[in-house]
Each structure stands twice: as C-alpha cells, then as structure tokens.
Design a protein around this ligand. Structure first.
Ligand SMILES: [Zn+2]
Length: 101
C-alpha cells in the first residue's frame, strides 16, 4: 500500500505509523470513568471507508488523516491534520522548522 503524503509524494506505508481512527475526541474531565474506558478501548471496525490517523515518521513527520477502504485498502483521500517538522535542535527532539502544506 502506498500513501500520498502532501509534502513528500507517494511513499510506502512502511514509512508511516498508524494511530488508529482519526477524529477521536477526549472526554471532558468530569465525564467519568466509563467515558474514559470507552475512549481508550472501544473502536469501530468498519468494513468500508474509514478515516485513520497516520504520521509520516520516515519523512516529514506530518500527521495525516487518511480515508481508506478497509476492504480494498484503496485510499480515497489524504489531508494534513498537523504541521510537518524538519530538523532537530539536538537529542531532546526540539523541532526547529515547520513545513507549511
Ligand atoms: Zn511526508
């Protein structure tokens, strides 16, 4: 499977880390234990188009929202959800330069 990174072009899925479903919203701090258990452990498992969060760890490090059909692995769309970073200021990992989409 290949993902088209808006910054880097078509790349192998091996360059990306998947974080599961995109668009999860953390419950309000007063929502209670069950709301947090659901937030951490319960996920939909759709057969068809699904929006997932990926980070291009082998490239620009941008976080991407990817619309992917779970039955065919066909990708219907990719959009940047967080800025990409290039360069580091040392072993602490402070990023030094943003890349605008
Ligand atoms: Zn990239």
């Amino acid at each position: 499977m290949r993902i088209h990174c808006p910054h880097c072009g078509d790349r192998s899925v091996d360059e990306f880390m998947q974080f599961g479903a995109a668009g999860l919203v953390r419950p309000h701090p007063d929502a209670g234990l069950q709301a947090y258990v659901d937030y951490v452990y319960l996920r939909d498992n759709p057969a068809g188009p699904h929006r997932e969060l990926f980070q291009h760890i082998g490239g620009c490090r941008a976080f991407l929202s990817v619309w992917r059909d779970t039955r065919t692995h066909q990708i219907h769309g990719v959009e940047v959800v967080a800025p990409a970073f290039v360069g580091q200021d040392g072993p602490g990992g402070q990023r030094s330069q943003e890349v605008q989409p």
